[in-house]
Design a protein around this ligand. Structure first.
Ligand code: SF4
Ligand code: SF4
Length: 160
């Protein structure tokens, strides 16, 4: 895999690693209310105007992607292979019961950080990093972990 992350993205990732404990403590101590939830939603929009995922793709490079039966049906159809062939070639059980794409970095990640199955990518890829999710406030540890994968998560966590 080519080293194709921008210096800015690398700086965010190094910072997130250094600040993990502080970010987790902050997330665990936040007093969530309606205003803070609104702030989270606004931050999500602002952060993704600032961060270009094509300079990053760190989620695709580092995190096994879960897939569900609808994803499998849609992607195998797009690739012109059967669901069985898709499962055999691209999917494995992660030993907790989840099905995941079987390579990290993701098999479908291109050298220019684009996704070769973008139109039909798994729903987890569409939703990630869930910084606009209403359940964000209930996932302190998960969000803190995400700051070390995703610069957009870091900026939302720093901002709330
Ligand atoms: S399917 Fe596409 S968006 Fe999802 S992890 Fe792989 S390369 Fe990234
Ligand atoms: S979602 Fe986060 S980790 Fe994934 S490419 Fe975008 S900024 Fe990077």
């Amino acid at each position: 895999m080519k080293d194709n992350q921008s210096p800015e993205i690398k700086k965010y990732l190094a910072k997130a690693n250094k600040d993990y404990d502080r970010n987790l403590s902050k997330l665990e101590s936040l007093n969530w209310n309606e205003n803070l939830e609104k702030k989270q939603q606004i931050l999500h929009i602002e952060v993704f105007q600032k961060i270009d995922c094509l300079d990053c793709a760190n989620c695709c490079k580092t995190t096994p992607t879960t897939v569900n039966t609808k994803d499998i049906k849609r992607i195998s159809k797009y690739l012109g292979i059967s669901k069985k062939q898709f499962m055999r070639k691209y999917v494995m059980d992660d030993l907790t019961g989840d099905l995941v794409l079987n390579f990290v970095p993701c098999t479908f990640l291109n050298d220019d950080n684009t996704c070769s199955i973008y139109e039909v990518r798994p729903s987890t890829c569409i939703k990630y990093p869930l910084t606009d999710d209403p359940e964000f406030k209930r996932r302190a540890k998960w969000n803190a972990r995400n700051t070390m994968v995703c610069p957009a998560s870091l900026l939302v966590v720093e901002g709330v």
